[in-house]
Ligand binder design. Structure first.
Ligand code: HEM
Length: 190
């Protein structure tokens, strides 16, 4: 399967492109995985109330819960660029890949359109990313097992925030909720 590319911040309609990619990739067509994820949503929601946001859908919360629950199945490589980041996140689990793709495409669309989900546990690094979204160029490539994200900026503070956020995502992928709890505890001590 050839890679699909989406570019944000280049005057293109993110939403239209998003629909095209979702259709092209058949995200959510894994019947079994979907049913399983749906079942697990309720379980996870009970254990991860911090994933609720002031502006989140049940599907968004469920996808984040699925990523936290299945984080050992996520592999991730981050390259720091002089002007941003290149990340590759993947999983052999098709249902988890669906959740990952929905999350990344959906969240980057939120950044592009300034709709901060205000999830309870979300990192404050996202504040500058949402505030200075006009300074961010994003390119997404879908692979058979995951997603490649390249984000660049000419604003050095935005570059620093993108790099910090990429490290935070890597920590969540590696250690799940422990990473979040430790980061929140560190912030409370500051
Ligand atoms: C296991 C947990 C999580 C995983 C694996 C994950 C994965 C990712 C990935 C792969 C990206 C693309 C950027 C990159 O590769 O660095 C991303 C972006 C994003 N994620 Fe998550 N995420 C997780 C949890 C969360 C949580 C709890 C939030 C809270 C709102 C969140 C909000 C966002 C936002 C807003 C973006 C877009 C950032 C930007 O455009 O620079 N993520 N996430």
């Amino acid at each position: 399967m050839g890679n699909k590319t989406i570019v944000f911040g280049a005057g293109l309609s993110a939403v239209l492109l998003l629909s095209a990619v979702v259709l092209a990739q058949g995200i959510g067509q894994h019947g079994h995985g979907q049913a399983q994820m749906h079942q697990n949503h309720q379980h996870d929601m009970a254990r991860m109330p911090g994933l609720q946001g002031r502006d989140t859908t049940a599907e968004e919360v469920g996808d984040m819960a699925a990523m936290f629950r299945n984080h050992p199945s996520l592999a991730r490589q981050v390259t720091l660029l002089p002007n941003g980041i290149r990340t590759e996140t993947s999983t052999p689990d098709p249902a988890l890949r669906d959740a990952l793709l929905r999350h990344v495409i959906g969240m980057i669309d939120r950044v592009d359109t300034g709709r901060d989900p205000k999830v309870r546990i979300q990192s404050p690094t996202l504040d500058i990313i949402f505030a200075r979204r006009a300074q961010i160029e994003t390119q997404i490539d879908l692979t058979d097992t995951g997603i490649v994200v390249v984000q660049t900026s000419t604003d050095p503070e935005v570059v620093a925030a993108l790099q910090t956020h990429a490290a935070e995502v890597s920590d969540m992928a590696a250690r799940g909720m422990h990473a979040v709890h430790e980061a929140m505890a560190r912030r409370m001590q500051q």
